[in-house]
Write a protein that binds this ligand. Structure first.
Ligand SMILES: Nc1ncnc2c1ncn2[C@@H]1O[C@H](COP(=O)(O)OP(=O)(O)OP(=O)(O)O)[C@@H](O)[C@H]1O
Ligand SMILES: [Mg+2]
Length: 437
């Protein structure tokens, strides 16, 4: 039994006792008191005894109802507190009066930092002023607003959420609060983007592969007839010059088709059990020559590196393309770090990579430079064939597409970290081979 009903019962008991006492006193003091007075006293005593159980039941019922409401409120409160969706309640003036822990997790702001402030502290500047005017018009007219908002976290990074803002009204229909429920969909949008990008690359690969294939057949004919022509011409013929030019051009065209075929994963493979460290060591002399003297190369190769099943020529292609790109990003000189190690990629880490490889054991090849770095827009396009930021004639935009195709053909994945002015790191993950060397 709760404290209040106990107290009321005690009071009633005291009253009854007091009445009995009063009756005794009346009896003693007014020995000859009237029957009416005695009757009135007994009557009131009986009345109290009769009313008591009803009163008790009424009090208990009220208490139960109150307990039920409290329980429901507690349930609601803990649901909101534990919800993965962020909940923000503001007063009618728009100032925040409540946030749930999901809000703190998503935005990085603590309760103390936001209570009493306006939700515009999350403003990212990505929406027009009219967008918010419309939002306020809707909710202050008592309607529910649904939409997508790009917000800014405490650390300055942006996130996107699906938002529902509803006004809360009192008995008289006046708006007293606004409740905003928001679901962070940044990860979902990233996934969609990755999927769209993967489909786009797949379609490009098919197109590029098809063109490269037919083009290659024609090229074989051109260079074949060119070779015949060269044989037919007398050595001192003035036409030999033209034949040589045709040969040079068709060699360049063959190199181009080779890259396109690599991108579309149609290169003929010569896969062998390999140690990536050995391939790097053998290629180092050539890489050193490629980059020139103003760039220092440092290597850190894991001696316990596991073996992989790959085409040595393709690995050399990856190393060369990444090294040339790093060189081009460091025109004033810099440092190039090439390292290897064994690693385990789980689903979470794989989300940060290009290509859809499965979780498992990988060898990691990391090529890091101290060059110009790239902004987000450039980063989004680097693997697309023919994307280049280099001057015409300086780059075909097929280097990284080739790397992409090769890594995909080998069931690996790529991760790129780059920021303008802070250099670039390419990490290539190739699956460890189950076969022993
Ligand atoms: N290490 C890097 N640092 C800065 N930017 C890079 C780096 N690697 C690649 N890029 C950017 O990515 C673009 C595409 O690279 P990719 O290797 O595919 O083509 P390219 O180097 O321009 O031409 P190609 O390799 O065909 O001669 C480059 O033009 C450059 O803008
Ligand atoms: Mg390149």
């Amino acid at each position: 039994m709760g404290e209040k009903p106990k107290l009321i019962l005690c009071i009633l008991l005291l009253i009854t006792l007091a009445e009995m006492l009063a009756m005794i006193i009346v009896d003693i003091v007014f020995r000859h008191s009237s029957f009416c007075l005695r009757f009135a006293l007994i009557d009131s005593l009986l009345l109290v005894i009769i009313i008591c159980p009803f009163l008790y039941h009424w009090i208990i019922k009220k208490k139960r109802e109150k307990d039920k409401v409290i329980k429901e409120l507690q349930l609601l409160a803990s649901a909101i507190e534990q919800s993965s969706e962020t909940v923000v309640i503001t007063g009618s003036d728009g100032d925040i009066v409540y946030i749930n822990p999901a809000f703190e997790r998503t935005t990085g702001f603590t309760k103390n930092e936001v209570i009493g402030k306006n939700p515009r502290i999350l403003k990212s500047g990505k929406h027009e002023h009219e967008y918010f005017t419309e939002l306020w018009r809707t909710i202050s007219n008592g309607k529910v607003w649904r939409g997508r908002l790009i917000n800014k976290k405490k650390d300055g990074s942006l996130y996107e959420d699906d938002t529902v803002i509803a006004p809360v009204k009192d008995k008289n229909g006046n708006i007293v609060n606004y409740v905003a429920v928001r679901r962070d969909i940044t990860e979902k949008l990233n996934m969609e983007n990755r999927l769209r990008q993967a489909h786009k690359m797949e379609a490009m690969g098919q197109l590029a592969g098809g063109v490269a294939h037919d083009f290659n057949n024609l090229l074989t004919l051109i260079s074949g007839y060119n070779d015949l022509l060269a044989e037919e011409l007398p050595p001192d013929s003035p036409l030999s010059r033209f034949v040589k030019e045709i040969k040079k051009a068709s060699d360049s065209a063959a190199e181009l088709t080779r890259k396109l075929l690599a991108f579309s994963r149609q290169q003929v493979l010569n896969q062998k059990i390999l140690n990536l460290n050995e391939v790097i060591t053998e290629t180092m002399t050539m890489l050193g020559r490629l980059i020139g003297k103003n760039i220092q190369i440092e290597t850190s190769l894991d001696p316990s590196l596991k073996i992989i099943l790959a085409d040595k020529g393709q690995l050399e292609q990856i190393l060369m393309n990444l090294t040339i790109n790093a060189r081009d990003a460091m025109p004033e000189g810099g440092q190039l770090f090439i390292s290897t190690k064994n690693t385990w990629l789980n689903n979470c880490e794989l989300k940060k990579t290009e290509l859809n490889a499965g979780p498992g054991e990988y060898t990691e090849l990391s090529v890091k430079d101290t060059g110009t770095g790239m902004d987000k827009q450039t980063l989004a396009l680097i693997f697309e064939p023919f994307f280049t930021t280099k001057e015409p004639g300086k780059g075909t935009g097929l280097g990284l597409s080739t790397v992409y195709g090769i890594v995909k053909q080998n069931n690996g994945c790529i991760q790129v970290d780059s920021e303008p002015g802070k250099g670039t790191t390419f990490r290539i993950y190739l699956p460890v081979s189950a076969t022993k060397k």
